[in-house]
Design a protein around this ligand. Sequence first.
Ligand code: AMP
Length: 187
Amino acid sequence: MASICVYCSSSDSIADTYPPVARALGRELGRRGHSLVYGGGAVGLMGVLALATRKAGGEIAGVIPSKLQDREGIAYDADELIVTETMRERKGIMVRRADAFVVLPGGYGTLEEFMEVLTLKQLGYHDPPISILNVDGFFDTLLDFFGELREGRFARKAITDLVHVVSTPEEALDRIEAVAARDGTVS
Ligand code: AMP
């Protein structure tokens, strides 16, 4: 069982393609007995994901700064709710509590969170599995750009040496579980 941190959109206005993927990931997380660490909001893919995880019996821990909590409330009676003063503090807690990361489609917030765990991994500060769920090619242009960074030697490692790019929630969790079984990092 792993504590899996998911970064994903806070928007309720995105295309209908995406919520079912967040729902399927939540269901699968709960079904496999993993727990969820996430942004704590009831909005966008975060809300869909949290509700589905909970319904499938998975524990959810929301980590939210007080400013956002006041504005949007918290999703679905999280088993644990950690309210922080700042966004920075909140991101640190999410990273420390996670054994692995899954990145779903999202905007600036999701990208910022993803870039931080990616950079920490490249620099060797941590070594958790990170899966990017590339729903309908959502991340293709970003992945192409990462390829250019590597080609130009701006990046020390190829993106595929740092993350698993997957197309289904099952695959995302399979990759995480395989790494955990290999390294003995997750029970
Ligand atoms: P974005 O991709 O810009 O929608 O931002 C989503 C990501 O940033 C999530 O993974 C959250 O951790 C964080 N975040 C952004 N907005 C919120 C919010 N309103 N409530 C909770 N977390 C948020």
